[in-house]
Design a protein around this ligand. Structure first.
Ligand code: FAD
Ligand code: NAD
Length: 462
């Protein structure tokens, strides 16, 4: 780190917004020799989202799936400035970004505006609640590390309260009824992990309560996991049946109350069901800062779901200096880590090409001034100006469904291949272990898995 090149006023400034899948893939591959880079994100770490449900039930420790963003930036050639702050607004015309420190502790200055030459915008999305009453107040989300920790605390709180002497049978049943809303991969994985916790640990530690724990997965659509092949959906449904996880499809949550969920059943009747804990995994929606940015370019940004970009990830309606990627965009691709990280790596390659193009432009103009032949330089320049569009290569879909079983829709050499079961679970584990951010994360996650095998999950409610 000591040998990093300092900020160079003659170089162009890239501001990267966010420290998630898109931004870190970009930063990992970016050649910083040619740019000054500033990262702005309210969290100073990268979160490996695929293993978040495992943290929620204590299979993994939070720290094992986090990587401080500075661990990565310190190895770059030029010093990267990292600022822990929330982007509040972007002015796409003046090319400035305003951000604020909204953490618990703030100094005298906590808000400022800086200019950029290029903006790499990857703030992700927030959880979609559709304005359904009570969701924000009473449900747990599963998006950030704090969500997983909150879930674990509340789940254990429900179990301990159910064991309180003199508790009525009905109240015990309510406290031990866990509802998961959303039959997308997040809801499925949370239900599966919850089931494992129950089977592997709670049965031994709370034998008098464990048979009263009930898990219900609620999905508004007629089927869960619409992005997976039919046979894997059926496999998941039958595995859940064996695991005694109830699936209510065609059922919409209309309201969440302190101690119950209000459901609209497939026959349109309304039913109020007592619950101890609700996990809300209802999908994504654009963040306020993205909505504000889109509203400034309303002629080109008509899609409310996210930022519209062209096939080079340039934000529609801008002069080509603002790039958006990952979950904050609305495109033909699903909002997945796979897409965001490929987009980040693609953009880093684009920036390498921009640097080449800019250097050649300078050489051409210098050669012209000197009156020398520019033919060969112009040929190279033409090549450097030819930017390839982003191409997504789908590696397949993977999800953990509990009971040491996973499902995978994979593609090998244009052949589709679906598999589910224990072998797929081992594949799931090794695939995620190898995609983890660093050797440090790999060692921590592998050690946590071993610890759970030896001693069971962590039941401490902190
Ligand atoms: P994120 O990774 O969400 O990063 C956004 C970043 O922006 C964060 O660092 C955030 O702190 C920061 N930020 C937020 N607001 C601001 C602001 N105002 N200013 C500055 N920065 C801001 N996808 C898969 O492909 N495979 C999986 O197995 C998988 N499992 C998942 C499991 C769970 C539980 C969840 C929730 C998602 C999962 N996904 C998975 C989806 C995947 O996590 C997302 O598609 C991916 O995170 C998108 O990357 P991103 O960079 O766009 O956003
Ligand atoms: P999602 O959008 O995939 O699923 C949300 C589900 O909630 C939908 O099926 C929706 O019908 C349902 N829903 C919404 N409101 C409801 C209501 N009121 N009542 C009942 N059901 C309701 O969301 P997700 O599962 O959080 O996934 C988000 C993205 O992250 C997706 O692109 C997904 O592919 C990706 N992801 C991938 C993995 C993986 O590959 N293993 C894991 C998690 C997330």
């Amino acid at each position: 780190p000591g040998s990093q090149l300092p900020h160079d006023p003659s170089k162009k400034n890239i501001v990267v917004v966010g420290s998630g899948w898109g931004s870190t893939a970009f930063l990992k591959s970016l050649d910083t020799a040619e740019y000054n880079v500033t990262v702005i994100s309210p969290r100073n770490f990268f979160l490996f989202t695929p293993l978040l449900p495992s943290v929620a039930v204590g299979t993994l420790a939070s720290k094992s799936i986090l990587q401080p963003i500075r661990y990565m930036t310190r190895h770059k050639e030029r010093k990267i400035t990292v600022i822990e702050a929330q982007a509040k607004s972007v002015d796409p015309i003046a090319k400035t970004i305003t951000f604020a420190d909204e953490s618990e502790v703030q100094g005298e200055v906590s808000s400022t505006t800086i200019p950029f030459d290029y903006l790499v915008y990857a703030v992700g999305a927030e959880t979609q609640t559709f304005g359904i009453p009570g969701v924000k107040e009473h449900a747990c989300f599963m998006k950030e590390i704090q969500d997983a920790e909150r879930f674990k605390r509340r789940f254990m709180d429900c179990v301990e309260s159910a064991g309180f002497p003199g508790q009525r049978e009905e109240e015990i049943e309510r406290l031990l009824h866990m509802a998961v809303v959303g039959g997308g991969p997040t809801g499925i994985e949370v239900s599966g992990e919850l089931h494992d916790f129950l089977e592997d640990d709670l049965k031994a530690w709370y034998p008098e309560l464990s048979n009263k724990i009930k898990i219900t997965l609620i999905e508004a659509l007629p089927s869960v996991l619409p992005m997976f092949s039919r046979e894997l959906i059926d496999y998941t449904v039958s595995t859940f049946k064996e695991s005694k996880i109830d699936i209510l499809t065609g059922t919409m949550v209309k309201e969440i109350k302190d101690k119950s969920v209000v459901l609209q059943m497939p026959d349109k009747s309304i039913k109020e069901v007592p619950v101890g804990l609700v996990v809300w995994a209802g999908g994504n929606k654009a963040r306020d800062v993205s909505v504000d940015l889109m509203s400034r370019l309303s002629d080109a940004q008509k899609n409310k779901r996210g930022i519209t970009v062209d096939d080079h990830l340039r934000m529609a309606g801008t002069d080509g200096t603002i790039f958006a990627l990952g979950d904050c965009t609305s495109s033909q691709y699903a909002p997945t880590a796979q897409v965001a990280s490929q987009q980040g790596a693609y953009l880093a390659r684009m920036f390498r090409q921009f640097a080449k193009r800019d250097a050649l432009l300078e050489q051409v103009s210098a050669a012209k001034q000197e009156g020398t032949n520019t033919e060969s330089l112009e040929k190279q320049l033409k090549k450097a100006e030819n930017l390839r569009p982003f191409h997504y290569s789908h590696q397949g879909s993977l999800a953990y469904i509990g009971s040491e079983k996973a499902i995978a829709d994979l593609e090998f050499f244009h052949h589709k291949f679906a598999s589910g079961g224990v072998a797929t679970f081992l594949f799931w584990r090794s695939a995620y272990l190898s995609t983890l951010f660093s050797m440090r994360n790999r060692v921590l996650v592998a050690t946590d898995w071993l610890k759970v095998k030896l001693f069971g999950r962590d039941l401490v409610r902190d």
